[in-house]
Design a protein around this ligand. Structure first.
Ligand code: PMP
Length: 397
């Protein structure tokens, strides 16, 4: 039976990574893979995580299963980080939070919940969106539709086109929004635009489905949750997927959470029972290591402060790199104005190059990025900034 299965092509990003590793050019640069990197090009374990792991090693006395919703302290931390500790949805028990295997696990479980609640639901996703949204959400059998988002000509959000398209979203629909650090464009909604989408959701009756994979990487923990908190203030329900992969560097520990905000505490309890029955059928219990670290770090005054400092360092490094890249690119060539890169947030931006130019960068200069010219800004450092900028200048000339 299994021998009848055809061989699938390699995942483009994983294929890019393999090609980068096989490249023997000492000047090679990887701007493809979406993980944070230091000035030295590493993705180290945060100091707060190392210290929490030491504490966990000392104190963990059993590997018995966690409750089905995961480590309770991690769920409280995830909800408090997203909504703010004093938010009414927490106080009124209108939010149910479970721990999931990464943000991906949250998106996948949410898709199943949506399919169960409204089998005919449509989820509207931004054009473009993170590539993995499509398989994660559509494998539950839900229809996806796109709304216009990033205008490649103006290198900014086409908000009028977005609003117009979302006029068609109705009460059985969900609109997937990136809370901050939009992947792949780096172009985020302003507070005023969040307000307009919130008003449209109230008018049309669609449910916001927010993916917050980079909280703290844009402007700060509170600032990056602006849209989540606004919508939770003003709308009866929303679905939120969060991830600790980036902001705690817990990538391989698969640490994320899913929060359902319901109109009432009874509604939240019902959603929790449904989501737990779904996750029971998907993976039973979530992994515990990463979420135990979240619990320890969030609830320890000193580790929490250390984490916020480390998160600030990562964020400031990225925004500094954005400025430096603009300076270097604008001084090495005249064809394009790259100032937009400094306005954008998070790890990604589109350079706006053609596939042919991206291929030349790879083949002639060993500078690797995805075919649509999305770059991971954190892959740039002091040692490769000039090389990367000159290579881009060459393929543009
Ligand atoms: N959403 C977006 C937009 C992402 O970029 C990512 C990670 N690349 C995720 C969700 C999921 O992250 P993870 O499952 O690794 O926590």
């Amino acid at each position: 039976m299994l021998t009848e299965l055809p061989l699938l092509p390699a995942d483009p990003i994983l294929g890019l990574s393999a090609a980068y590793h096989a490249d023997t050019n000492p000047d090679k640069v990887d701007l493809g893979v979406g993980v944070y990197k230091t000035e030295q090009g590493n993705t180290p374990i945060l100091a707060c995580v190392k210290q929490a792991e030491a504490e966990l090693y000392q104190n963990e006395s059993s590997k018995v299963y966690t409750p089905p919703a995961g480590v309770p302290g991690a769920n409280r931390a995830a909800a408090a980080l997203a909504f703010g500790e004093q938010h009414a949805v927490i106080r009124d028990q209108r939010v149910a939070t479970i721990q999931t295997p990464g943000g991906c696990g949250a998106l996948r479980a949410a898709a199943e919940l949506i399919a169960k609640a409204k089998p005919n639901a449509t989820i509207w996703v931004s054009n473009p969106t993170w590539g993995n949204h499509v398989p994660l959400l559509s494998s539950a059998g839900i229809t996806l539709k796109e709304y216009p988002y990033y205008d490649f000509n103006r290198q900014a959000i086409d908000f009028d086109a977005m609003l117009e398209a979302l006029q068609q979203a109705g009460k059985d629909d969900l609109v997937l929004l990136h809370a901050c650090c939009h992947n792949p464009s780096g172009a985020d909604l302003t507070p005023n635009q969040w307000q307009q989408i919130t008003e449209l959701a109230a008018k049309r009756g669609f449910t916001p489905f927010i993916d917050m994979a980079y909280q703290g990487f844009g402007d700060g923990i509170v600032e990056d949750a602006y849209g989540v908190r606004l919508m939770a203030d003003q709308l009866p329900e929303l679905i939120l997927a969060t991830s600790f992969s980036k902001n705690l560097g817990l990538y391989r520990e698969r640490t994320g959470s899913l929060s359902i905000v319901a109109p009432s505490a009874t509604g939240a309890a019902a959603s929790l029972s449904q989501i737990l029955s779904i996750t029971r059928g998907l993976y039973s219990m979530p992994p515990a290591h990463g979420s135990s670290l979240v619990d320890i770090i969030y609830h320890s005054e000193s580790l929490h402060a250390l984490w916020l400092q480390e998160l600030t360092d990562m964020r400031e490094r990225i925004s500094g790199l954005r400025e430096q890249l603009v300076g270097a690119l604008n001084s090495t060539q005249q064809q394009m104005n790259f100032s937009f890169i400094a306005q954008q947030r998070g790890m990604f931006s589109f350079l706006g190059l053609s596939t042919a130019q991206v291929t030349r960068l790879k083949n002639e200069f060993s500078v690797y990025m995805t075919d649509n010219s999305r770059v991971n800004i954190a892959g740039v450092n002091g040692a490769n900034l000039d090389y990367v900028s000159r290579a881009i200048g060459q393929v543009l000339s």
